[in-house]
Design a protein around this ligand. Structure first.
Ligand code: PMV
Length: 349
């Protein structure tokens, strides 16, 4: 009987608080600006992937949530070839190692959340794929090294290689060797921080992120201003606000950056609209809440879709979630409110 080698890893979804939007190199997924995100905890939104290889496998295969999927996209192929190269280096150094780099891979992945719900599933997916194969191949590379491979699969996936607060440093090199994720602080650094995801719509994205970014880079004058004059300073300020656990500053920067990213989408030609009326009502409500309290206790942020992620501190949970529930539970078109937290929620809506 031929031996089957296998390893499993999970990777959670990450939600950007300083958005990546714009590629300077489409093939290598090199960004036009650095970004920051919070990786949710393993028990919330995550992908679990098992990678196996054997001499008897006849081709590389992938099953996602029980269904067969193609591995033949250029991005996935690039990731597999990078990982095999690292394994070949190990095998060249140590003759006694099994030649896993020469065997076909079977990958089985499962998300613990609806893949189509517009919740950044590709980031968790690529990060889990890269980590599982790196474990199978017993690679010595660091999480930052592996993040460069995950980045080629899906840009934001590089940040899901780390838990907690993560920065993706855009780098300067043309080959992308310095464009990698680094830890700003672990999840345990700020135990009071919580995130709540409001699923406004689980329709598929209007404009996929890659084509949306290309359009913005090509047509939006506001975009140039954002990457040159706004993001570099915001990147440093946001890292500082995390290290100092300064919630009002972190929240203000998060909301401003979500606004700035969506403004560049609107400034694209033709314009891209990711927010819908419900998203805009949530923005108004969070601003009203912060105004009425007299300090910033909640922040909203939106990726390339209408779903809101609300950040707040545990001590303010009943105020924030209580208000959202009171206002939105009976709105037409409101499909469901899912509460996902960095620590177990004390309030279930
Ligand atoms: O990694 P992609 O290609 O799915 O792009 C992600 C873009 C945003 O989610 C809008 C922002 C981000 O930094 O995650």
């Amino acid at each position: 009987m031929a031996k089957i080698y296998y390893a499993s890893r999970t990777a959670p979804v990450n939600i950007a608080t300083l958005k990546y939007w714009g590629k300077r190199d489409k093939d290598l997924n090199l960004p036009t600006n650095s970004s920051i995100s919070v990786t949710l905890s393993q028990k919330d939104l995550r992908t679990l992937t098992t990678a196996s290889c054997s001499e008897v496998f006849e081709k590389d295969e992938l099953w996602l949530n029980g269904q067969s999927h193609s591995l033949d996209t250029p991005r996935t192929q690039q990731c597999l070839s990078d990982l095999r190269k690292y394994r070949e280096e190990l095998e060249a150094r140590d003759e006694s190692l099994p030649k896993l780099s020469k065997m076909h891979l079977h990958i089985v992945s499962e998300n613990n959340f609806p893949t189509a719900a517009g919740l950044a599933s590709s980031a968790a997916g690529f990060a889990a794929l890269i980590s599982a194969i790196a474990k199978l191949y017993e690679l010595p590379q660091t999480a930052s090294d592996l993040s460069k491979i995950a980045r080629k699969g899906s840009g934001s996936a590089c940040r899901s290689l780390f838990g907690g607060y993560v920065a993706w440093e855009m780098g300067e090199l043309e080959n992308g060797e310095d464009s990698k994720a680094v830890e700003v602080a672990p999840l345990s650094h700020w135990p009071d921080m919580k995130a709540c995801i409001l699923v406004v719509s689980d329709d598929k994205k209007d404009v996929p992120s890659t084509s949306g970014m290309q359009l913005t880079v090509k047509t939006s004058p506001l975009f140039q201003h954002r990457i040159e004059k706004v993001v570099p300073q915001r990147f440093e300020e946001m890292k500082k606000s995390i290290v100092e656990k300064n919630f009002p500053l972190f929240a203000e920067l998060t909301m401003k950056d979500s606004n700035s990213f969506h403004a560049t989408c609107l400034d694209s030609y033709p314009p891209i609209f990711y927010l819908n009326d419900t998203s805009k009502r949530i923005i108004k409500l969070i601003n009203l809440l912060n105004d009425s309290v007299g300090e910033i206790i909640a922040a909203y942020t939106y990726d390339a879709g209408p779903n809101a992620v609300i950040y707040y501190e545990q001590k303010n949970e009943s105020r924030v979630l209580g208000l959202l529930h009171a206002v939105f539970k009976s709105v037409d078109g409101w499909q469901k409110i899912d509460v996902k937290s960095l620590t177990p929620p004390s309030i279930e809506l």
